[in-house]
Design a protein around this ligand. Sequence first.
Ligand code: GDP
Length: 172
Amino acid sequence: EEQLPKYYRVLLLGAEGVGKSSIINQFMTSEFLGGGNFNISQSEDDRTVTLQVDGEETTLEFVQSEDFQENMENLSLDAFVVVFSTTDRISFDQAVEVLKQLREEVGAHKAIILVGNKADLARKRMIPADEGRSAADGYDCKYIETSAALNHRVDELLVGIHKQISLKCQSI
Ligand code: GDP
């Protein structure tokens, strides 16, 4: 029996310079091979990543924006990745404000992930991991720290996005 491929649109939000483009670029060039029956393929032109997990195919299309308000009426979005830089307190405060507004606008049934990027810049860190995690907890979001520059934990973010979408879609 043939299964229809699932297609989801994922919006990356966050202040300019936090690393949204760098993260998406890493998604586009990832050669990640998870355990078991896991496969990845990408299409650079339409910025999609297709994951095959246990024979089930899911395509994620990535879009990015610095303007939160502009995108809120866009009902075709399935998940939100809110990015800040762990070296930039202003970008964190903005991200927390976006989480708050997002939960108000989209309700509980959409995947939202908070990402603290630039974790490689340890000496410049301004936001402790615990502070990022507790902000995410407060809005029922996952928290992950990445380094797009070093391609550290970017594959985990990709898999996490897929997992959160699956969980939220089951709970509707
Ligand atoms: P965007 O405006 O959010 O799309 O941010 P960009 O992806 O264009 O990144 C802004 C700058 O930060 C660029 O110079 C990137 O090379 C740099 N950058 C992005 N991610 C990281 C990271 O994880 N660590 C470090 N050290 N630099 C990063």
